[in-house]
Design a protein around this ligand. Sequence first.
Ligand SMILES: [Fe+2]
Ligand SMILES: [Fe+2]
Length: 294
Amino acid sequence: MPEPEDSATLYGQLLESARRLSFDLRDCEAGTGTDTDRHGMTPEWSPLYGTPMWIRMSEPERRRLTRREVSHFLGVAIWLEVALQIVLLRRNHSVDPTRADVKFLFNECADENMHSLMFVGAIEQLGERYSPLDRVMLLMGWVFRTFAWNEVAYGIVLAGEEVFDVMQRDWSIDERVAPAVRRSSYVHVVEESRHMSFARQKMRDHLREVSRVRRYVSAVLIAVGAHIIAKGLVNKAIYRDLGLDWRAAKLDIDRNEHHRMMFRRATAPLVEFLDREGLLNGVARTIYRKSNLL
Ligand SMILES: [Fe+2]
Ligand SMILES: [Fe+2]
């Protein structure tokens, strides 16, 4: 499908911005030993923040918790970055590689690979490890990689990017957070802003010609994807690893109004965009409410 002229211009501008403002991420990935004295992320982003379980913890225990949690969050980010590449490269195999949007996609994939390496470096510098994802995420990852079509693929990718954007803006400037996470968050926020513009424009381009039924179905599938990402950020294995009672932790997280408020904040820009593009129908709204994103 040829791109409309205004879209081609935007893709060209994004590519130009990538040329002007990109980081040498190998510097972030190289590592400078481990840092186990600080928080892994802004503590207010911990799903347990402010709960009875949090209050009972000592300060070092809270720092240990946020380091473990952020390592999992970054693992989810890597999972999304790899899935994005599989879906989008597959869809663009054999198309004209000189098209501005395809050139930008190549650039985006290069960014994402370096982000994944950078996040692995941050996990290692926190003295942490990767937590395997639960079965639902693995299954949904396969469904997404195999079946997601244009606006659904970009919509789910955008949902993940928007949530991380809001969280990482806080982490990047928080002195309580380990430098490896601060630095990688800063780089990610800068480079992802182009990806989000690209995803939004791609969605607009694809939605221009779709039927109302397809728009409805796509909106619901994007909501399901966002729901799975949001739920997947809380992984019982990490709480058990820390010797915490998972059932008590889950109860505290489910009742935590602060956690709900933070996630609503994280998805506010996404919800605004989806609403503007007619992707917030009744079923989608119910799903976003169920996952505390609305
Ligand atoms: Fe990324
Ligand atoms: Fe991205």
